[in-house]
Design a protein around this ligand. Structure first.
Ligand SMILES: [Zn+2]
Length: 79
């Protein structure tokens, strides 16, 4: 095992917190890049990039999910 020298001076709190903050910022940046959220062109709702908008069903200016065909909630049972 290699010999390690003992620290000559106690490290200042600001120095260690600065080191931690740079690590924290890098981790935050990586997280933000992992998930890219963009706005829908049609309705302005937040949506995942490269996916159709769940609010209006549009993707790249055309309808992908037809919202009119979606079934209404069944409230009455016909006899
Ligand atoms: Zn939309």
């Amino acid at each position: 095992m290699a010999k390690r020298s003992t620290p000559k001076k106690q490290q200042a709190n600001s120095q260690s917190s600065r080191r931690y903050k740079t690590y924290q910022n890098k981790a935050r940046k990586r997280l933000l890049q992992a998930t890219s959220v963009s706005k829908c062109d049609k309705c302005g709702e937040a949506r995942l990039s490269h996916t159709a908008c769940l609010a209006c069903g549009y993707y790249k200016g055309r309808v992908v999910i037809d919202k009119s065909k979606e079934m209404d909630k069944i409230t009455k049972v016909k006899a």
